[in-house]
Ligand binder design. Structure first.
Ligand code: 5GP
Ligand code: MN
Ligand code: MN
Length: 320
């Protein structure tokens, strides 16, 4: 049971000295928030914590307490416990994947329905709106007091993965946890401004370009947008600057499924999908070896962008 997995994880944490915590590739708010929350918390019980970088940190999160502690893995760290957060499968660990073999004990804490239970201990609950909720529970169970810094990180996690407490995954428990976090005195307004009202002008200009690619399919129920390397080069923006644009497409009244195609390389297309009421995009993405959640999922297609677009739209026939 999940309770026994919590107990086993807590025993391991208590018996470990050097603990590594890793993010997933293209880290998001839930991921960065939960690694920093757990890292900050474990330092309070005198653990040597290595918060390991997997990819560049989006600028939006640089305000979070402990962000400068995120570092690259080095061989001399002598980590005895490796905790992965918000990571559905081994590939999502990117360059830190090798640590699964190097480090004796692995605890996998996640909320993806597609999680492969690759850890020695797996605290996986797809009913949690964010990995941050599971980290909250773990920290409480260890007996660490959640201070303002830890609370700011968890609040960021949960707010990010629930679309500011709006998506279907938001539960009464999500709000109960948020209430406890707010009681610690976090600066909610500052967090919200950093997360939702700090878009750069370059990013905004890139959004305008991407929106020009919008096409509708299946009676306007599917909307698809694209970003190519050429568009990035022409706009002084980075691929991470596409974060958030897919929500704008889902917000269109007729849309059930929003799709974003990101050209990482000529034949490497990262696909993001979002749904509104009923389509299971995790299932659709599983056809391309991807996964995620019912309302937010992704995959990678190793084809040119036009082929990827065609393949993805073909799969939509199963829904519409
Ligand atoms: P995003 O579209 O923001 O990249 O990802 C949305 C959700 O789908 C996230 O929860 C993410 O973990 C999951 N996801 C995105 N890409 C992949 C993928 O290639 N494989 C798997 N298993 N999950 C993915
Ligand atoms: Mn994530
Ligand atoms: Mn998440």
């Amino acid at each position: 049971s999940i309770e026994s997995q919590f107990d086993l994880a807590i025993d391991l944490i208590k018996n470990s000295k050097n603990i590594g915590i890793a993010s997933h590739v293209s880290p998001d708010g839930d991921n960065i928030g939960s690694i920093l929350a757990l890292g900050n918390a474990l330092e309070k019980i005198n653990k040597k914590v290595f918060i390991l970088k997997t990819d560049d940190i989006p600028k939006d999160f640089l305000f979070l307490p402990g962000i400068s502690k995120i570092i690259d893995y080095e061989d001399n760290m002598e980590i005895d416990l490796f905790i992965t957060l918000d990571t559905s499968d081994e590939d999502r660990l990117g360059k830190n994947r090798i640590l699964l073999d190097k480090i004796e004990n692995v605890v996998n804490i996640d909320h993806h329905i597609s999680n492969t239970n690759f850890g020695d201990i797996n605290i996986v609950n797809s009913n949690a709106a964010a990995t941050g909720e599971l980290v909250y529970e773990l920290i409480k169970k260890i007996g660490i007091i959640i201070d303002k810094d830890i609370a700011s990180c968890i609040y960021t996690s949960i707010s990010s993965d629930t679309g500011s407490f709006m998506y279907d995954n938001t539960t009464s428990e999500t709000h109960e946890i948020a209430a406890e976090l707010i009681k610690t005195g976090i600066d909610k307004s500052n967090i919200n401004i950093n997360l939702y009202q700090s878009r750069s002008i370059e990013k905004t200009k890139l959004f305008i370009k991407i929106l020009e690619t919008l096409k509708f399919h299946y009676d306007n129920q599917v909307g698809i947008i694209k970003v190519t390397q050429e568009m990035l080069n022409n706009s002084n923006a980075k691929m991470e600057d596409t974060e958030g644009i897919i929500s704008f497409i889902r917000e269109i009244s007729s849309i059930e499924v929003a799709i974003l195609l990101k050209e990482i390389e000529e034949e490497e297309i990262k696909v993001s999908m979002r749904s509104k009421r009923y389509a299971d995009v995790a299932e659709i993405c599983a056809n391309f070896n991807g996964g995620g959640h019912i309302r937010a999922a992704g995959c990678t297609i190793n084809e040119p962008i036009a082929t990827a677009e065609h393949l993805v739209l073909e799969q939509m026939k199963k829904v519409f």
